[in-house]
Design a protein around this ligand. Sequence first.
Ligand code: SR1
Ligand code: MG
Length: 419
Amino acid sequence: MKESTEYQALSVETLPSRLGRIDEITAHTGTDSSQWEVTEVGDGNLNLVFIVRGPAGSIIIKQALPYVRLVGDSWPLPLYRAFYEYHALTRQQQRAPGSVPEVLYFDEQQALIAMEFLEPHVILRRKLIRGEKVDGLSGFLGTFCAQTAFRGSELSMKSSNKKADVALFAGNVKIPAITEALVFTDPYFAAPMNNHTAGLDPVVTKLRDDVALKVKAQQMLQRFASNTETMVHGDLHSGSIMSTDVQSRVIDPEFVQYGPMGFDIGMLCANFLMAYFSQPAHRKDDLNDYQEWILGVIEQTCHTFESEFRQLWQTERTGMLYPATLFEDQGHDSSHACDAVLSGLWKDAWAICGIEMHRRCLSLAHNADFEDIEDTVARAPLEARNLMLGAELIHNSDTIQDSKHLCELARQFNNKDFL
Ligand code: SR1
Ligand code: MG
């Protein structure tokens, strides 16, 4: 039975009585909701997240709040983000099967999604801070990014379907607007909600005085806002990935939109680089080994992305772009065309990578990799390395050869002192 009342935020107390007669839910938890054990575990910036443990099993209930949880009700945010998250999850499941939690039930009015409880998975960012390795991580992430990028584009999709999808997701205005401001714009001036670590001022001033850097960041915003190449997750950081030691899943695509194909992989690389630069404050033993493991994940993720993308190019190029009728059917190899598409994609990715590295230290919504370092004297020089490499990537996104080159730069910047 579907809830049909006006939106009301759930609580630990009200959840059993409100959801206890929904078949799609009780099929997974058991029908006696008085036996449910409910905990609220949302530690993200926006939503309520409940674990419901029942006699028959456990599920996750995610419900959007009508405001930004991180800030409070002074910043209203539309409930419709749950609608887009639901549609993103179903598409990701089709395009990259097994990569996201199974959706069990969706109630648009209550902005509520019931989904598979991933156990014993934890947020990947926590594992990176603890120095834990995850087998198969790069293969999983590279495949996810390539499959969703390729299969959500007109390299693969029928144009009519893709354009209908672009129209559907174009309604998700206010959520991408957060990215447009917080990621692409606010880092580059003293925006009201910004904050940065004490001691970073010399580097922050340098970046904010760099007009060419601001131009490049705005060029990337222009591409983000107007290039509808594929359906992007839109917020693919290490807090949007849940892992055990051997398995991973992508969660939380409410920032979904149609955007550039290099967006997700660029943001992902940035978050691994921030994990890399923060490590000296998290461990002494095995520091070099763990930092090198992170760089290996970046290289391998990008490598997997390329090979999966090239494979899909050969086997699933059924859309209107670069059709076989124009290449193979004429006896012409299309691999140079694939090279050109990938080359443009990586240029976007490296610039977006640099911008994401900036926003997590300069704008609102920093990441725990750095924020968990309580001693700001220790934190500032690590963030400075991250910020300066970010600038290098934005300026030189056209000349970064590949992920090996990226990791070589990271090693160089990891040995520099910018303050
Ligand atoms: C106000 S929302 C801040 C950030 O949280 C989300 O996870 C996105 O990364 C967003 O930029
Ligand atoms: Mg999120």
